[in-house]
Design a protein around this ligand. Structure first.
Ligand code: PMT
Length: 355
């Protein structure tokens, strides 16, 4: 199919032959190769976590672009729990979206300057005053810093950035290829909110679109569905987890089932835009059983397998906090802790089944 013709439809293959790779791709790939090879030698499982939204530029010299809501909370939080569970993590995220560890002190919700104090200098000394951490924030900062330093010392976190949907697609394919050497010991956790539509390079205006012409009509092409290629060609038996976001709760399970049917991967995690922090559903084919680690004292997992379909749904819920927690002081339960525990159990079963 011609990608430039009217009403054209990109396959994964035609996409990669017509859209240019990001300039940093070769450099990124060589670093990933090194990282994966080290983790393989050290016997770790590796998870690729994708996180954040993608932009769709409207001009080659980009002034305007389309974007979406994703802040990268799901991806950054999950990455921390995977690291805690002993995984090495390739964290592929949208530039400036949240990142593991630093997410606790993001510029907007818990700015770090707000919990630093200036200690008055001692009488008569000329040395500059010291900086210290507000007393009731120390415990939390110490926990975050300790986990961060441990991960740095172990070298188990590798970070990659993308901005556009084109960057994302090229990186995803390249990372998948590199990670596929681990076969079943690799996991792909696709939490990014990827644009469904884009403007192919061949259709983009070179310069800033002029406003003088009145209203703007742009016909976008569909971003190719790459999950099929991922499962069949790129990941070689890796454990693939995709997400499904809906705003109409009724659509989540049918759409998740349809995705599993179409792409044949292992799990779809369904979430509703407004309840995604407290409730998700795992949809998978009816094989194996859930790991006991999934149960949570604050909610937990419940199975729903009342019909005769070949799928099983498992709901995971936690209680929303009764009042707004004081960030940086109170312990706040995060649903990603249970999501990751559940996936780690399923991944272990997947690895054992391949032996
Ligand atoms: O970042 P937060 O603000 O915390 O929000 C988290 C989230 C709601 C974005 C996340 O939990 C989530 O649901 N992400 C997937 C959103 C979605 O519905 O994606 P989709 O239906 O367009 O795609 C299905 C799956 O395929 C997703 O896992 C997506 O990452 C992946 N995909 C989609 C298209 C594409 N071209 N490449 C992909 O990898």
């Amino acid at each position: 199919m011609s990608p430039e013709g009217e009403g054209s439809k990109f396959s994964a293959e035609s996409y990669y032959t017509t859209q240019p790779p990001p300039l940093s791709l070769d450099h990124d790939v060589s670093l990933i190769r090194e990282f994966v090879s080290r983790q393989e030698k050290e016997g770790r499982n590796v998870v690729l976590v994708t996180s954040g939204g993608t932009t769709v530029p409207l001009e080659l010299n980009v002034v305007r672009f389309l974007d979406n809501f994703s802040a990268g909370t799901r991806g950054a939080t999950s990455a921390e729990y995977f690291l805690q569970a002993g995984y090495a993590v390739i964290f592929m995220h949208r530039q400036f979206s949240l990142q593991p560890f630093s997410r606790h002190y993001s510029h907007s919700t818990n700015p770090f300057l707000d919990f630093l104090e200036i200690e008055a200098s001692l009488n008569g000394t000329a040395s500059p005053p010291d900086i210290c951490v507000t007393h009731n924030k120390r415990r939390h900062l110490l926990d975050v810093l300790t986990a961060y330093k441990r991960v740095q010392a172990a070298g188990t976190l590798h970070t990659l950035t993308f901005v556009t949907v084109n960057d994302y697609l090229w990186l995803l394919r390249a990372v998948s290829h590199e990670l596929s050497v681990l076969r079943r010991k690799s996991m792909y956790y696709l939490a990014a909110a990827v644009s469904d539509f884009f403007l192919p390079r061949q259709k983009m205006s070179e310069h800033k679109i002029q406003s003088g012409k009145g209203s703007l009509l742009i016909e976008m092409d569909q971003v190719p569905k790459i999950l099929r290629s991922m499962v069949d060609e790129w990941t070689r038996e890796g454990f693939v987890v995709s997400f499904k976001l809906e705003t109409d709760g009724e659509l989540i399970v049918p759409k998740a089932r349809a995705a599993l049917e179409r792409y044949g991967h292992q799990v779809v995690i369904g979430n509703d835009l407004n309840h995604r922090k407290y409730e998700v559903v795992f949809v998978s084919r009816k094989v194996g059983s859930l790991s006991p680690r999934a149960s949570s004292s604050e909610g937990g997992i419940s199975h729903n397998n009342t019909d005769n379909s070949s799928f099983v749904e498992s709901w995971l819920r936690i209680n929303p906090p009764a009042s707004s927690p004081v960030l940086g002081t109170d312990y706040v339960k995060e649903i990603e802790e249970d999501i990751v525990a559940e996936l780690v159990g399923r991944h272990e079963q997947w690895i054992s089944a391949g032996r």
